[in-house]
Design a protein around this ligand. Structure first.
Ligand code: UGA
Length: 464
């Protein structure tokens, strides 16, 4: 919305939320999320044509277009638990829009939703709208965190789905005109509602599938002595495949991939397509396998036990340049190591101690609910300390796990790290960012995903 405000000075954008503290943060100098470049955009427009407010009803009443981007968590109870999207927040937003509206409006689905959600929303609006006409559009978002601003400035495509009626087409055109302020016409795709909704789930499923494919290869590389970086380079130079999104890792994280695939799986099952559901489920299974494989590598290398050993965790966010920890692989890796009674010292340049402690105590899927509904963590958890410096985290440690590819981890003084660790000193690189040869010269025992194994690890089991 900040980018729309920046690119369309003639449009007034009001961002509303019921959370007072969140809106206060958006109105302050310290924005509530870390996203490179976002501060600058907000500062340029805030108070001119970009406003943050808790007066939800007033702004909805005044708006011509309402973008709805509420959470759509995975259901934890009842029908479809563990897979289906929970549309509670969406439904109450739609009821509120119907309640306060006195003029026709375009309602845009911005949150990622299951296919055919628009139909349900349309029903709520038309049955409660007292004769007011609503047009529903699906306009899924494709930005990635950490690069959100540049993705929005220069999107591969903008997708708008709507009804194939004269009113539907008019609504599509209205939204198209907004994006046309800065996005070339040929990159604004228009489809029917269901295609737009499904394309969003499909795009994330394809992206996640590439990572699970390369991660599956990484296991085979370790078993055979091939190097996954060389394999993915060789594969990616085929122009039909392309080089992006082929980095082997400890697993993908983030708020979308797993959730969207689970959603896709559920939709397939509901439509009587168990084979298709099974196919996509495998992408998540490989991701879980990759995380537990990593934990097993750590434990088996360190004489099959990490009990009471100090392990430094470098990076907790799900990727670099974000403070976001939703579904980060670090949660499962840390839980796995704690399950083996390790002591963890965690450092991430953007994640707070409070967040880390909460993540390590939270149940699966709780993160997608408002913060007051999340369980609080016990105040003192002796096995996990969170520090503000990589050297502090690695001091007297037996092993180091790199779980996020922050640039600063590439340029650490590893000789200094080594000198201050207990020996033998281990490094487990879950992001393939360190120079393995150099670290071995220093004296480290190094495991790097999908790379030829250190002789130390050769006969140790990777799978439990
Ligand atoms: C993803 C999609 O890339 C966006 O297009 C989409 O809009 C967004 O989800 C969404 O639906 O909101 P995001 O989750 O922000 O974006 O981040 P990604 O860059 O896709 O990374 C996801 C995870 O995959 C991270 O944990 C990352 O480290 C991992 N990854 C990515 C790999 O392990 N290897 C790769 O080659 C690329």
């Amino acid at each position: 919305m900040a980018v729309i405000a920046l690119k369309c000075p003639s449009i007034e954008v009001a961002v509303v939320d019921i959370s007072k503290s969140r809106i206060a943060a958006w109105n302050s100098d310290q924005l509530p999320i870390y996203e490179p470049g976002l501060d600058g955009v907000v500062k340029q427009c805030r108070g001119k044509n970009l406003f943050f407010s808790t007066d939800v009803e007033k702004h909805v009443f005044e708006a011509d277009i309402v973008f709805v981007s509420v959470n759509t968590p995975t259901k934890t109870r009842g029908l479809g638990a563990g897979k289906a999207a929970d549309l509670t927040y969406w439904e109450s937003a739609a009821r509120m829009i119907a309640d306060v509206s006195k003029s026709d409006k375009i309602v845009v689905e911005k949150s990622t939703v299951p296919v055919k959600t628009a139909e349900a929303i349309e029903k709520i609006l038309t049955h409660n709208g007292k004769g007011i006409k609503f047009q529903i559009l699906s306009n899924p978002e494709f930005l990635a965190e950490g690069t959100a601003i540049q993705d929005l400035f220069n999107p591969d495509r903008v997708l708008i789905g709507g009804r194939e009626t004269p009113e539907g087409r008019k609504a599509i055109q209205t939204l198209k005109d907004v994006y046309a302020h800065w996005v070339p016409e040929e990159r604004i795709l228009t489809t029917n509602l269901w295609s737009a909704e499904l394309s969003k789930l499909a795009a994330n499923a394809f992206l996640a599938q590439r990572i699970s494919s390369v991660n599956a290869m990484s296991a085979l590389c370790e078993a055979t002595g091939a190097n996954v970086t060389q394999v993915s380079y060789a594969v990616g130079t085929d122009t039909r495949i392309g080089p992006k999104f082929l980095n082997a890792s400890v697993g993908f994280g983030g708020s979308c991939f797993q959730k969207d695939i689970l959603n896709l799986v559920y939709i397939c099952e509901c439509n009587g397509l168990p084979e298709v559901a099974e196919y996509w489920k495998q992408v998540i299974k490989i991701n879980d396998y990759q995380k537990s494989r990593f934990v097993n590598r750590v434990v088996s290398s360190m004489f099959n036990t990490v009990a009471t050993k100090k392990i430094a965790i470098l990076g907790f966010a799900f990727k670099k340049d974000t403070g976001d920890t939703r579904e980060t692989p670090a949660i499962d890796v840390c839980k796995g190591l704690l399950g083996d009674k390790a002591r963890l010292s965690i450092y991430d340049p953007q994640v707070t101690e409070d967040q880390i402690q909460r993540d390590l105590w939270m149940n699966k899927f709780d993160w997608d609910h408002p913060i007051h509904l999340q369980p609080t963590s016990p105040t003192t958890e002796k096995k996990v300390s969170v520090v503000w410096d990589a050297y502090e985290a690695t001091k007297d440690a037996d092993g180091v796990c790199i779980l996020t590819e922050w640039d600063e981890f590439k340029t650490l003084d590893y000789q200094k790290v080594y000198d201050n660790m207990r020996k033998p000193a281990f490094i487990f690189d879950g992001r393939n960012i360190v120079n393995v040869e150099k670290l071995r010269e220093i004296g480290f025992i190094v495991y790097s995903i999908g790379k030829p194994l250190d002789p130390w690890l050769k006969d140790m089991p990777a799978v439990a």
